[in-house]
Write a protein that binds this ligand. Structure first.
Ligand SMILES: NC(=O)c1ccc[n+]([C@@H]2O[C@H](COP(=O)([O-])OP(=O)(O)OC[C@H]3O[C@@H](n4cnc5c(N)ncnc54)[C@H](O)[C@@H]3O)[C@@H](O)[C@H]2O)c1
Length: 243
């Protein structure tokens, strides 16, 4: 049996690119997503050995159910990519409690709970790697994304602390995409097309990122070439931020 990877949010823009890249790298990939039909379509596209798992990362119960079933059947994953994320841009003072709690639950608690299940199994297997997909918003802050920035900053700090605890058997690293061409950015661009044009001008490499740009760095961090890296945060943002 091939080593396998779990990619949360694997049916979406960046998660789908990461999943495809990990298949190319020799992993079976489980697409763990809220959008069941989209996850099944991606798993079918990726081919034999890949499968969809329905999961809501904002629910610890849903996460426990999914991880216990998968780990019970297959033993420890070689890779967990905590990629699922969600946000809407709005002024902090205009947000409501339900929205703020959802942003924290999907973007921060989800990564923590999935990592809890995966790291216990990885420690028992004495190997594994966890990649957290945060955001440059978590490094430098982003107007209109105040709670999201806090959640992603939490993911970055969580990466470092977990990396210390689970070393040397398990490596934990973090990737921070900048603006990347996915449905998440599309929703923001629809509301504010001028913002995307302004970003393109401000990015030193003069383009919005592609999901493949992020997937390549995730692939590297999962590989033996990154065997001496843990607790690190890497921005993939065309130089927009140099934190
Ligand atoms: N696109 C960008 O510009 C950008 C920038 C910085 C960081 N990011 C981060 O990259 C990651 C991927 O973003 P994307 O742009 O591909 O987003 P996307 O919206 O295109 O895809 C996100 C995927 O996550 C899934 N998802 C959402 N809520 C979920 C939940 N509760 N449980 C399980 N799955 C859920 C969605 O169904 C979707 O398949 C996110 O963590 C996001 O915060 C994106």
């Amino acid at each position: 049996m091939k080593p396998y990877a779990i990619v949360t949010g694997g049916a979406g823009g960046i998660g789908k690119a990461i999943s495809g890249r990990l298949v190319d790298d020799g992993f079976d990939v489980l697409i763990a997503d809220l959008a069941r039909e989209a996850a099944e379509a991606v798993a079918t596209e990726l081919g034999e050995g890949c499968a969809a798992i329905e999961i809501d990362v904002s629910s610890p119960i849903s996460i426990a159910r999914a991880f216990e079933e998968v780990i019970g059947e297959r033993s420890a994953p070689a890779v967990l990519v905590n990629n699922a994320g969600w946000d809407l841009t709005m002024p902090f003072v205009e947000s409501d409690l339900e929205f703020r709690q959802k942003v924290l639950a999907v973007n921060l608690s989800g990564a923590i709970e999935c990592s809890w299940h995966a790291s216990r199994a990885m420690l028992e297997a004495e190997s594994g790697t966890i990649i957290n997909v945060a955001s440059d918003a978590g490094r430098v802050g982003s107007t209109g994304e105040v709670v999201y920035s806090g959640a992603k900053g939490g993911v970055i700090a969580f990466t470092k602390a977990l990396a210390r605890e689970v070393a040397p058997a398990v490596r934990v690293n973090c990737v921070c995409p900048g603006p990347t061409d996915t449905p998440l950015l599309g929703a923001i661009a629809e509301e504010n097309p001028a913002l995307v044009r302004a970003l393109e001008r401000a990015i030193p490499l003069r383009r919005i990122g592609a999901p493949a740009d992020v997937a390549g760095v995730v692939s590297f961090l999962c590989s033996d070439d990154a065997a001496y890296m843990t607790g690190q945060t890497i921005s993939v943002s065309g130089g927009l931020t140099m934190a």
